[in-house]
Design a protein around this ligand. Structure first.
Ligand SMILES: O=c1[nH]c(=O)c2[nH]c(=O)[nH]c2[nH]1
Length: 390
């Protein structure tokens, strides 16, 4: 039987472990808590107003204020729901492997209004939980199930109560809520996809309350938190499609009886970048800022300065240089994984046409070839500090 303790507790705490809790202090003027009184969660846990205004991020997804994390102890009896009969033996000769359940694609638009200036963030949120009992699967006993419908509701209630900042902060909040509220949740995974709304510019001025969908690239994150462990925070960027018409070559690769591709000193380089990166900490991280930095580094190593560009001897090298720049710039990123499919634009062989109808040297017309496509990927991580010999 589940013993349910309806004691009111603050879900504004971000659980780090049984004895450590991330407590997010609220931002700015403290009016974003959903209850309108600016002092938090309505249960006596005051959320601090820090008043750190960072303005609008480069993509116009103004986040307004920064969130800070502090560690506070929680007590055993702080849990909402206590489940006692957790262990159900698996009958027979089989063992349940990976398991879990959740709600996918919970769509959410959050509007933050500061007087005339409004900002929006639209998310699709996936929540997945792994319970410490398997009796729902094995015995048809639903008593421990936090219904997927309840998980959906939780996303809306937390967004209403605490506001929505970066995808990573929101995912951390939702994870900690589930771990904190239900002791029998062993692991929470929250994936957030952000819609790329950008503040509209009219006459080169930012519009107060109108936005344009600008899918130049997409942002996402995944937070996985196991009970008693720190959250694993992974940021992500995908569908950043780029092309340049020169400053790319591919030469000196293996010459054997299988090779037909000639050395090319000047070719078109186009790719669709996906990057995911893991944070070593959430402390002091401006997640919006990091996302912009990652994007800028990728574009910097792909395109280079506007007049001259940057030379790429291969997709491999360009990918590596972008990853290295990101690790150099953001110390809280412990590793970054990138993939760059090579979207080929082949030179057309027009030699069979009479010279009366085609130019002798074809340097303008290319054939985009989607499939098959080369795929280049690599993960770059920081080396472990060598252990002291003491
Ligand atoms: O940058 C490239 N790397 C490759 O490994 C490769 N292979 C290929 O056919 N073209 C390219 N281009």
């Amino acid at each position: 039987m589940s013993s349910v303790n309806h004691k009111s507790v603050s879900s504004s705490f971000l659980v780090c472990s049984e004895d450590q809790v991330f407590r997010p202090t609220m931002k700015g003027n403290g009016k974003r808590n959903g209850n309108g009184n600016g002092n938090g969660n309505g249960n006596g846990h005051k959320l601090h107003a820090e008043g750190v205004n960072v303005g609008v991020t480069a993509n116009g997804n103004a986040t307004a204020k920064k969130q800070h994390y502090h560690l506070h102890p929680i007590k055993d009896d702080d849990y909402h729901h206590e489940v006692t009969d957790r262990v159900v033996e698996e009958p027979g000769k089989y063992e349940l492997g990976q398991y879990g359940y959740g709600k996918n694609n919970v769509k959410l638009l959050h509007v933050h209004r500061e007087g005339e200036l409004h900002t929006v963030r639209e998310y699709e949120v996936d929540t997945h939980l792994k319970l410490n009992s398997k009796k729902d699967f094995i015995a048809g006993d639903n008593k421990d199930i936090i219904a997927t419908d309840t998980q959906k509701n939780t996303v809306y209630v937390l967004a209403n109560r605490h506001g929505v900042n970066s995808p990573e902060e929101f995912a951390l909040l939702v994870c900690s809520h589930f771990l904190y509220t239900y002791r029998h949740v062993e692991e929470a995974t929250v994936h957030v996809e952000e819609y790329p709304w950008e503040r509209l510019q009219v006459d080169q001025r930012d519009h107060n309350h109108a936005f344009i969908f600008s899918p130049k690239s997409f942002r996402f994150c995944t937070v996985v938190q196991k009970r008693n462990e720190r959250p694993k925070i992974v940021g992500g960027l995908r569908d950043l499609r780029v092309l340049k018409t020169t400053q790319s070559a591919f030469t000196d690769f293996i010459q054997d009886e299988y090779r037909t591709l000639p050395d090319v000193n000047d070719r078109i380089f186009s790719t669709i970048v996906t990057a995911t990166w893991e944070y070593s900490t959430a402390n002091g991280v401006d997640f919006d800022d990091v996302w912009e930095t990652v994007k800028e580094c990728i574009l910097d190593k792909f395109a280079g300065p506007p007049d001259t560009g940057i030379f790429s001897p291969s997709v491999q090298n360009t990918l590596y240089l972008a990853e290295k720049m990101i690790l150099d710039k953001v110390e809280q990123i412990s590793r970054i994984d990138m993939s760059m499919p090579n979207k080929h634009y082949f030179t057309l062989d027009l030699s069979k046409f009479p010279t009366s109808i085609v130019k002798s040297e074809n340097k303008e017309v290319y054939e985009p070839v989607d499939k098959p496509s080369g795929i280049i990927h690599a993960m770059l991580e920081r080396k472990q500090e060598p252990r002291s010999k003491l």
